[in-house]
Design a binder for this molecule. Structure first.
Ligand code: CAA
Length: 261
């Protein structure tokens, strides 16, 4: 499918890259871009050979600098609520993508951009990246899940400070508070993210999908039910050829040749 505001590529077998591509507006998310992100996610979901997705922003200045302020400016209350629900729905779909999603953050990662990165499974950032929820500067709150995901990721006190002051944090601090997994020099960013995606892609594909499902769905369950979910997916692994191959390869001291079934 042809897109205007995003680029979806399969950079290597099974490894997709989604680039938010409005560099003149620092990749700000308007309604059309959200629709295109959703359509791109549908393409990745439909590919049983998909192994991982990288999400990044075009240009070297921004990942995404937020929801599009020029489009939001004249929204009514009802329209603004609908816009928030639209962003939340798309980001939920991203979070629920059956394969791991890595946010590759190359610059400003603010407002809706930080919310997009937090809906990914983990974040790899360049040393130049800047994170924040600056919506209060505009007289609004975050609307694409920021008040909720940031709290779950960094804890209530840190989230409260960032959301109510609008303070922006550099990559090193973002790593220190657990928002970012890895910080690397700007020119090494995509290679590092690709290396991580390749590692994921080299593992048992069914196990990777089930592991993501267990972590993703389990985090909102109580521990007893979450562990039932885990034992269910663990059992399911033993119905796959990948489990037989993976364990045989270990015992035969050779590399596993996973088939993804
Ligand atoms: N929406 C629309 N356009 C944006 C934008 C945004 N979120 N962020 C940047 N742009 C545009 C600018 O208007 C500018 O356009 P023109 O060239 O046509 O004037 C262009 O991108 C470049 O931006 P700047 O000239 O401002 O670049 P800078 O280097 O001086 O500053 C910045 C960079 C600090 C990131 C600054 O652009 C900025 O503060 N952007 C807004 C950040 C923000 O408030 N994000 C939250 C948005 S609200 C939200 O996201 C709500 C939600 O949760 C759903």
């Amino acid at each position: 499918m042809a897109y205007e505001n995003v680029i979806l590529e399969q950079v290597e077998p099974g490894i997709y890259r989604l680039t938010i591509n409005r560099p003149k507006a620092l990749n700000a998310l308007n309604a059309e871009t959200l629709d295109e992100i959703e359509a791109a996610l549908r393409e990745v979901e439909a590919d049983p050979g998909a192994r991982a997705l990288l999400v990044t922003g075009a240009g070297d200045k921004a990942f995404v600098a937020g929801a599009d302020i020029s489009q939001m400016r004249s929204l009514t209350a009802a329209e603004a609520k609908a816009f928030a629900l639209k962003g939340q729905k798309v980001f939920r779909r991203l979070e629920d993508l059956p394969v791991p999603v890595i946010a590759v953050v190359n610059g400003y990662c603010l407002g809706g951009g930080c919310e997009l990165a937090m809906a990914c499974d983990w974040i790899v950032a360049s040393e130049k990246a800047v994170f924040g929820q600056p919506e209060v500067n505009l007289g609004v709150t975050p609307g694409f899940g920021g008040t909720q995901r940031l709290t779950r990721i960094v804890g209530k006190a840190r989230a409260m400070e960032l959301v109510t002051t609008g303070r922006q944090v550099k990559a090193a601090e973002a790593k220190e508070i657990g928002l970012v997994n890895h910080v690397v020099p700007a020119d090494a960013l995509m290679d590092e993210a690709l290396a991580q995606a390749r590692t994921v892609a080299s593992k048992g594909p069914v196990a990777v999908r089930l592991a993501k499902e267990a972590v993703q769905r389990g985090q909102d369950l109580d521990l007893d039910n979450a562990c039932v979910l885990e034992s269910d997916v663990f059992g399911l692994c033993f119905a796959t050829e990948d489990q037989k191959e993976g364990m045989a390869a270990f015992l035969e001291k050779r590399k596993a040749a996973f088939q993804g079934r």
